[in-house]
Write a protein that binds this ligand. Structure first.
Ligand code: BTN
Length: 247
């Protein structure tokens, strides 16, 4: 991952750019990375916008072809990617880095990065996957309205971090997690994910359809559902169905 690196000075979204490259007839090497110094129309999950100040942060996308992965285990790819970023950020920041289900990177209660995975599936097989990653690195000011609770490596470490060094670290950790995925080490990938999961085994407040309730996260499924225990009952939720509340 990252051997073939294309660095753009400006682009709407690295995911869009990579998608266009993949659709061209020439086969693109797996592991190709597109990074942008200025991504001016970045996309987040659930139709959100991903804002990133030009030149200060990492915004990049990785091309993968997980043809070996059964569709009913597709969230294991998200897990491999989240684990990789989590491990890389730990190398710079140490403890305090958590993965918030499904794919956010948190430092304490603030978001430091996010992942937008866009899969292309034909029939019951994976064709390709575009892994879009945004990490707040050297940004010092955040627009509270736009970004809610955001932080950056700079805010935590009080010094700048070299973008290419961090990119290399993330790519190499994602690669090793991806190789584990390829060898079917689902149990070990899941174990790492849960060890780093925000609010795992902790009671928290959640909302579904306007109803607020207390629950404890006890796991996630290989398809990506969140498993919680609430009033003694186990429930499973998909991403759009449940919202974390601050407690
Ligand atoms: C989220 O937290 O909602 C996901 C954010 C993903 C942002 C990254 S930045 C690089 C890539 N290109 C995009 O347009 N989005 C992703």
């Amino acid at each position: 991952v990252g051997q073939n690196l294309i660095r753009l000075s400006a682009v709407d979204s690295t995911n869009n750019f990579l998608k266009l490259m993949v659709s061209k007839s020439e086969p693109l090497p797996e592991g190709t990375v597109i990074m942008a110094d200025n991504q001016f129309a970045g996309r987040g999950q659930q139709e959100n916008t991903w804002y990133s100040e030009p030149g200060l942060n990492l915004t990049f996308s990785i091309f993968l072809k997980p043809a070996f992965l059964p569709i009913n285990k597709q969230f294991m790819l998200n897990i491999a990617v989240s684990n990789g970023i989590n491990k890389a950020l730990k190398r710079f920041i140490g403890a305090g880095i958590k993965t918030k289900w499904p794919n956010d990177l948190y430092y304490n209660d603030s978001k430091i990065g996010g992942v937008l995975i866009e899969n292309s599936i034909s029939g019951s097989a994976f064709k390709s996957s575009i892994i879009g990653i945004g990490v707040n690195v050297n940004q010092q000011k955040f627009d509270i309205e736009k970004t809610k609770v955001a932080t950056s490596l700079y805010e935590i470490l009080q010094h700048d971090v070299n973008l290419i060094d961090l990119l290399a670290e993330i790519c190499s950790h994602i690669e090793s997690q991806y190789l584990q995925l390829k060898s079917g080490n689902y149990i070990s990938l899941m174990k790492t994910y849960l060890e780093n999961l925000y609010k795992f085994n902790e009671q928290g407040l959640y909302r579904q359809n306007g109803e607020v309730f207390e629950a404890t996260i006890t796991g996630v499924t290989e398809e990506g559902k969140l498993i919680v225990l609430t009033s003694g009952t186990e429930k499973r939720y998909s991403f759009k169905e449940i919202e974390f509340l601050k407690n």
